[in-house]
Each structure stands twice: as structure tokens, then as C-alpha cells.
Design a binder for this molecule. Structure first.
Ligand code: UT7
Length: 319
């Protein structure tokens, strides 16, 4: 039997405030029709002053721990994927640790933008399988609304805030993470980046993106890494029950599934309700489809994401 990291529970959280395309069009030169046709987005949730990356991440984590039928004290490791931490340091994972009432565990942040959850999942999977603990909390949480230029219609309509989490536990058996493949290519920095930082401008900065170029790279890289991860798991696209993708654009989701030869019915789509929540989007989509009964135990899931860096990756999971 092989030791694997199984997904024991999932959870998610969204800010209370939901913003429609029409509401945005009151302050930005855009329209409901344009946003839906080009992206598939209908709504996004936006954090208020009381909601932060750590507070949303805490809620998602509490729900994942409850779904796993565990207590916070069972958690040995917290890996938080975020590009919008509450503070430059310390890691927001340590704020979540304190909020959960965990006195001592390993806790740190991972920064790989929209691929962050895949990076965090892979790090946690490797750490618990090599003995750094038995139960890991892997969280993606973001408040991208805080780094958007609300006068740039090319970006501000695309993103939202939210959090998703999973609890991983090591098991001997068939279920769990079967393979993960990660990549980065820093030469594409200027296609998707934030124009500030502690060591350069001393400011937080705003998100900048050349959307059309990112789109082109996304479809190619995502289908390639999915093939690579499926091959490493000894599976083919025909074995996949659900693609659980990073939710950037409905057209990217459809084009990637088509390249794999999979029908659109096999894609978990939440971009219409949540927009692009960066590192939170894969666990948010996963939790949504687990809770509404689409994803059931034994299903083969293909998780994938691509984002700033560029970074991209995929994990194949038997749920
Ligand atoms: O999560 C990280 C990964 N990110 C992504 O994967 C995002 C990838 N890119 C995309 O999803 C798409 O490229 C966008 C949704 C960002 C843009 O869609 P597009 O079909 O590539 O449009 P475009 O950028 O080529 O713009 C087409 C037109 C332009 O007008 P002109 O130059 O043709 O007159 C834009 O100025 O649409 C205009 N436009 C808008 N119009 C109304 C751009 N944004 C808006 C807007 N409302 N919000």
C-alpha cells in the first residue's frame, strides 16, 4: 500500500457583500453584457473593512476541520496560499493559527499567485508524507479587491475576494493525491504583476495585467500540465470525473477541457458567482461541488491553475 495525503474535509467562505456587473458599471466604463460574454462572470464578493485574508481563511478552515470531523488541535501544519496577506509579515497562516486556537504547529504562507493553492497543496502533501505531521490544513485566501485599480476596467471587473480550505491526512490506500506537477517561468513577470512591494516602492501596489497574452499562455500551459500530471498518476483524461480549475475566465475553462477532449459538463464552474479569487478559487470550487453533491468519494479530480510569475500546476486526486 502507498502512503497518500487524502482530502478529509473541505470548507470555504465568502465576504457578505456580493457585487453584480451592473453595480460595477455604475462606476466603471463597462457593461453586464461585455463581462458575461468575455469572462462568464456575473457576480463577485468584496470584503468590507472587517473582513481580511486571515478572517476569511479562518472561516474556511473552521468549516474544513468540521467537515473532516476533527478538532483544530489535530492540525500539525498550516500552509496558506495568498498574495494578499494581512501584513507583509508575519505570515497570515500564523494569524489563522491563533484564530483557530492552535498553540503550536508549523504555519507559513506560500506565494504563487493564482497557482498558490496547487503549490501549497504539493508542499503540504510532501511534508506530511515525509513525517512533518499527520494532518495539514491547506488554505487559499485572498482579498484581491485591496490591490485592484478600480479605474482600470481591464482588470477590476475580473477579480473577487474569498477563501477555500482542505484538511489533508496521511493514509495507506487508494484515495488521496496521486500526482502533482508544478512549473514557473519568471520571464513573463510583466504580463501579470503588482506594481509595488516592500523592497521596491515601499507600497502595496496595484495589479497590472496584459489579459490577452495571459489568456493565450493559460490554455497552452494548463492543458500541458494536466497531461503531465495525469501521466504521472498513470491515468488519462478519460479517467477524470471532474476538472476543478482555477476560475479566471469561463472561456479558458472551456478551451482547456476541449483540448483534453473532455465535455464542459465535467468542469466545476464557479467563476460566474465568485469571479477570479486567485489562490482561493480552486478550493472554493472544490468545496462548492463537494457540498452540492456533484463530487463524491472515489471520484478522480484534476485540479489546475495558472497565474502571475508565470506559475502553473496541476494535481490529480482520488477524492
Ligand atoms: O488569474 C490569472 C490568470 N488570468 C487570466 O487568466 C486572465 C486571462 N485573460 C482574460 O481572461 C481575457 O483576456 C480578458 C477577460 C482579460 C479580456 O478579454 P479579451 O477578449 O482578451 O478582451 P481584450 O483585452 O482583447 O479587449 C477587447 C476590448 C478592448 O477594446 P478595443 O481595444 O477592442 O476597442 C478593451 O478595451 O474590450 C475592451 N474592454 C472592456 N470593455 C468593456 C476591456 N475591458 C473591458 C470591460 N468592459 N471591463
Amino acid at each position: 500500500m502507498t502512503l497518500r495525503s487524502a482530502i478529509l474535509g473541505t470548507g470555504s467562505a465568502l465576504p457578505a457583500r456580493r457585487v453584480s456587473n451592473n453595480e460595477l458599471s455604475e462606476t466603471v466604463d463597462t457593461s453586464d453584457e461585455w463581462i458575461i460574454e468575455r469572462t462568464g462572470i456575473h457576480f463577485r464578493h468584496i470584503a468590507d473593512d472587517s473582513e481580511t485574508t486571515a478572517s476569511l481563511g479562518t472561516l474556511a478552515a473552521e468549516r474544513a476541520i468540521a467537515a473532516a470531523e476533527l478538532a483544530p488541535s489535530d492540525i500539525d501544519l498550516i500552509v496558506l496560499a495568498t498574495s494578499t496577506p494581512d501584513q507583509t509579515f508575519p505570515a497570515s497562516a500564523t494569524i489563522i493559527q491563533t484564530n483557530l486556537g492552535i498553540d503550536d504547529c508549523i504555519a507559513f504562507d506560500v506565494q504563487a499567485v493564482c497557482s498558490g493553492f496547487l503549490y501549497a497543496l504539493t508542499v503540504a502533501d510532501n511534508m506530511i508524507r515525509s513525517g512533518s505531521g499527520q494532518k495539514a490544513l491547506v488554505i487559499g485566501s485572498e482579498t484581491f479587491s485591496r490591490i485592484l485599480d478600480w479605474e482600470d476596467r481591464g482588470t477590476c471587473v475580473l477579480f473577487g475576494d474569498g477563501a477555500g480550505a482542505v484538511v489533508l491526512g496521511t493514509e495507506e490506500g487508494e484515495r488521496g493525491i496521486l500526482s502533482s506537477k508544478l512549473h514557473a517561468d519568471g520571464r513573463h513577470n510583466q504580463l501579470l504583476y503588482v506594481d509595488g512591494g516592500p523592497s521596491t516602492t515601499g507600497t502595496v501596489g496595484k495589479l497590472r495585467m496584459k489579459g490577452r497574452e495571459v489568456f493565450r499562455h493559460a490554455v497552452v500551459n494548463l492543458s500541458a500540465v494536466l497531461h503531465e500530471a495525469l501521466g504521472a498518476a498513470g491515468l488519462t483524461a478519460a479517467d477524470v470525473d471532474w476538472i476543478v480549475p482555477h476560475q479566471a475566465n469561463r472561456r479558458i475553462l472551456d478551451a482547456t477541457a476541449k483540448k483534453l477532449g473532455l465535455p464542459p459538463e465535467k468542469i466545476v464552474v464557479t467563476v460566474d458567482q465568485h469571479a477570479n479569487t486567485s489562490a482561493a478559487s480552486v478550493p472554493l470550487a472544490l468545496d462548492t461541488a463537494v457540498r452540492d453533491g456533484r463530487i463524491t468519494r472515489g471520484d478522480v479530480l484534476a485540479l489546475e491553475a495558472m497565474g502571475g510569475g508565470f506559475t502553473w500546476g496541476a494535481s490529480i486526486v482520488r477524492y
